[in-house]
Ligand binder design. Structure first.
Ligand code: GAP
Length: 446
């Protein structure tokens, strides 16, 4: 069995992870809404990022800046001038294409050909198209009221450099981490939630003494690679790719992508850029406010290393890596082998006989206890096999079954999603046992 984006998308829709947006109106290209399990999975991804970036470190603080910033920010950052894709129009079929990606586009008249390949194709010269979404502030729509939806969360961090250094006990090397919505008017969005026009980024700007920039760049590349693997991505599906000089963003002196082997090929999961002092210097020049570090005996503009990833794209990678179809006892099962800490639901409490009041009472008691500390579901409907299958499809690592033996000796069955092994454990200790297992390292079964 090989996983495809289509199979993952079908499961996501069937099991309330992801719905096409504006569905009843025929949808909206490349926009998606997240259902119940999608909300829980995303919240766990963000929680794990925050845990490793902020909670477990002494050198990091958080921030949540506005989506709409003063338009001068985007002038100073270079986004107004350079955050563009080159576009060509075809005068024959009237379609518009990315000039640097024609080999993935289809000619409007002859879809088997690429634009420019037929004698009828009549392409214009490439023009720069800015990817920022424009809006207006206030009631008047004129050039003075134009504003932009942020195309990266990073700039909100740079413009708060002074606020943070003057209010928090920080000193380079230190970082500011932020999670938030980002908007880009992508020309060729697609592949489900891989490339969206509205998405959520998790970005961290790490401010260091200038001479230490290259060292910290290496550090963060490895640190972020390890994070993805520690949360279950198979090591063989993750690789590093340094950018060639001609593909570097306007602010970057060096960038390495962490790439994931999606079903559609190796593609960027996260970028780790060495932004040098580009942003602080440009905001200093444009705002007149000195953005620098002033220590007891030193004064300098820090250099910046930036690991930047996207919640939606991470979610797709975790889902693709976890998706398996297999035969168990002559029956097909689809299972999401998600890391238990990422799984939307950690435990399902299942009374074997949903009509047995004694079993139901014990099961409800356990459910109430567990849900205080972890996301738990109670399910007393349908045959037990069907209930397990449902939990397998949403990636629930542990099924807890209350049966006749529970009423005799106070033990329950703990079923493991991956090995399908069932063990008897005391009902009394179930909560602590699962809490301990959640903290243990986990790697995908071979
Ligand atoms: N501040 C640097 C920056 O924004 P980027 O490589 O353009 O760098 C960082 O974006 C990450 O954001 C990407 O690695 C990807 O995970 C995510 N991302 C970028 N564009 C996206 C899109 N159109 N849809 C979904 N995720 C996207």
């Amino acid at each position: 069995m090989s996983v495809t984006v289509e199979k993952v998308a079908a499961l996501c829709r069937r099991r309330a992870f992801v719905f096409p947006s504006s569905d009843i109106y025929g949808g909206l290209g490349s926009a998606y809404d997240y259902g119940h399990y999608g909300v829980l999975l995303r919240s766990n991804i963000k929680g794990e990022w925050q845990r490793s970036m902020i909670q477990e470190r002494d050198d990091m603080v958080g921030l949540d800046s506005s989506i709409i910033l003063n338009p001068k920010v985007w002038e100073a950052s270079g986004h107004l001038a350079t955050f563009t894709d080159p576009l060509v129009d075809c005068r024959t079929c009237k379609l518009r294409f990315r000039a640097d990606d024609l080999e993935h586009a289809q000619c409007g008249r002859k879809p088997s050909k690429h634009p420019g390949e037929t004698p009828d194709c009549d392409l214009t010269e490439p023009r720069a198209f800015n990817l920022m979404f424009e809006t207006y502030i206030g009631p008047v729509r004129d050039s003075a009221s134009v504003a932009y939806l942020r195309p990266e969360t990073a700039q909100g961090i740079f413009i708060n450099f002074k606020n943070v250094t003057s209010s928090m006990r920080v000193k380079p090397p230190f970082g500011i981490a932020q999670i938030g919505k980002t908007f880009r008017n992508e020309i060729t969005p697609g592949n489900f939630i891989f490339r969206l026009r509205e998405f959520e980024q998790m970005e961290m700007e790490f401010f260091v003494p200038p001479a230490d920039g290259p060292k910290w760049h290496e550090y963060w590349i490895e640190e972020r690679r390890r994070w993805h693997i520690s949360l279950g991505l198979r090591e063989s599906n993750v690789r590093l790719r340094p950018h060639d000089p001609d593909e570097l963003s306007h602010y970057s002196a060096a960038t390495s992508d962490i790439e994931y082997l999606f079903p559609i090929g190796w593609l960027e999961l996260e970028g780790i850029a060495y932004r040098t002092d580009f942003d602080l210097v440009h905001h200093t020049e444009a705002s007149g406010q000195k953005l620098e570090w002033i220590g007891h005996e030193e004064r300098y503009v820090p250099h910046v290393v930036e690991p930047a990833g996207g919640v939606d794209r991470f979610m797709l990678a975790f889902l693709c890596d976890a998706y398996f179809e297999e035969e168990v006892a002559g029956r097909e099962r689809t299972v999401l082998r998600l890391h238990p800490r990422l799984a939307p639901v950690k435990a399902a409490v299942l009374p074997l006989v949903g009509k047995s009041s004694e079993m139901v009472e014990k099961a409800r008691g356990l459910y109430e206890e567990l849900r205080q500390v972890m996301s738990t579901e109670y399910d007393a409907d349908a045959a037990i096999g069907k209930r397990y299958r449902r939990q397998d499809e949403i990636g629930t690592p542990w099924g807890l079954t209350i049966d006749d033996q529970t009423l005799d000796d106070g033990t329950i069955t703990l079923r493991d999603r991956d090995t399908l092994e069932q063990e008897r454990i005391p009902l009394e200790g179930a909560k602590q046992l699962l809490l301990d297992r959640l903290e243990q390292p986990w790697s995908p079964p071979a």
